[in-house]
Design a protein around this ligand. Structure first.
Ligand code: ADP
Ligand code: MG
Length: 339
């Protein structure tokens, strides 16, 4: 008798979910990125019990047509990518078509969506992969996703979730990363009915840093700009004296996507060499703009790492512009006194 069989579809999705959905914050990220890709000008995130009970994301973006709602929850179903060529220059936040399939395989999900030219909204519920019917309902333009009781059918995964405060910390961090990269979008974050942040469209990034992180960090950030053919760098640099014991206040964004990259970390370290104590991490917010076909985001499911075609270009231009700026400041080089 044959011993090998292809797994049932719900099982496949549930296993795949492990790659991107570890905790509520991952869901917040995926849903907010979908709202951005849908062209939203407003995104409201509302969570209960650190996202363990409920994560709700509402946007005023383009919506999904009723015929597409079911398909959106299929694995590898995306409206953002059609050809191999497109994959090499992808500009949207999403493209793997995995998030909705994964999330809806490990929680109770409800979607409600209305397109701009539609007279009705449409809704569907999915309970750990089991889809209900798509039905017309009343509702505003845009899309709302509700995700309840994450991992309720997977007690081992559910047990791994941390306290409400810890999970809320992770959610806040994801929200911050997305908010800093998208100052043109109005954003709200609420927890258990309490509004934590309300960011207005058109804020400048330093005021968002001040609200989302701390005033101390935001004050005195030094802006620099470097525009070359293939790379534009806009950065906000912390004075060497406010360098930290961790790299928590180093944020890098590439074409609006939060990334972690060792070349960038290294060039920052080099640029501040001699100005901070060696074991300290400078504070810096770095926004890179580069043609989409000069790097690959399809390296890791969470897309937090990218592969640059020319990492040396990034490293040297960044090091150059930051070092030059720091040298032009009248620095009182008394390294690393702040915390
Ligand atoms: P991906 O973002 O990689 O395409 P997802 O599983 O996150 O995959 O979403 C699947 C599809 O559902 C998207 O390609 C998009 O067409 C649609 N979609 C998801 N969220 C939204 C939203 N908030 N507004 C409009 N369309 C959405
Ligand atoms: Mg997506």
């Amino acid at each position: 008798m044959a011993k090998i069989a292809v797994l049932d579809k719900n099982m496949i999705n549930m296993i795949a979910a492990g790659e991107v959905i570890e905790r509520p914050a991952n869901i917040v990220k995926e849903l907010m990125e979908n709202s951005i890709d849908a062209g939203a000008s407003r995104i409201a995130v509302s969570v209960e019990d650190g996202g363990k009970r409920l994560i709700q994301v509402t946007d005023d973006g383009g919506g999904i047509e009723p015929e597409d709602i079911e398909t959106a929850f299929e694995p590898h179903a995306t409206s953002k990518l059609r050809t191999m060529d497109e994959l090499l220059g992808i500009s949207s936040m999403g493209f793997r078509g995995e998030a909705l399939a994964s999330i809806s395989s490990v929680a109770r999900v409800k979607i409600k969506s209305r397109e701009r030219d539609s007279i009705s909204a449409y809704s569907m519920e999915i309970d750990c992969g089991d889809k209900g019917a798509v039905t017309p309902v009343s509702g505003d333009y845009g899309t709302t996703l509700e995700v309840r009781d994450l991992f309720y059918k997977l007690p081992a995964r559910r047990k791994f979730l941390k306290t409400v405060n810890t999970e809320m910390g992770h959610i806040s961090e994801q929200f911050t990363r997305i908010a800093l990269a998208n100052c043109g979008i109005e954003m709200k974050l609420s927890h258990n009915g309490r509004l934590l942040y309300h960011l207005l469209a058109g804020d400048d990034v330093v005021s968002r840093i001040s609200v989302l992180l701390t005033k101390d960090i935001a004050q005195g950030l030094v802006p620099v700009l470097s525009e070359e053919k293939d790379l534009t760098i806009a950065a906000y640099l912390g004075h060497p004296s406010i360098s930290r014991t961790t790299n928590k206040f180093q944020y890098t964004f590439l074409n609006g996507r939060y990334i972690r990259d060792r070349f960038i970390t290294h060039s920052l370290k080099e640029a501040y060499r001699g100005l901070t104590e060696p074991n300290r991490f400078p504070v810096a917010f770095i926004f890179l703009q580069m043609p989409y076909d000069m790097y690959d985001v399809n390296v890791h499911p969470t897309k937090i790492e990218v592969r640059f075609d020319n990492p040396n270009l990034v490293h040297s231009q960044l090091l150059g512009v930051i070092r030059e700026k720091l040298m032009s400041l009248d620095l009182d080089v008394e390294a690393g006194s702040g915390e």
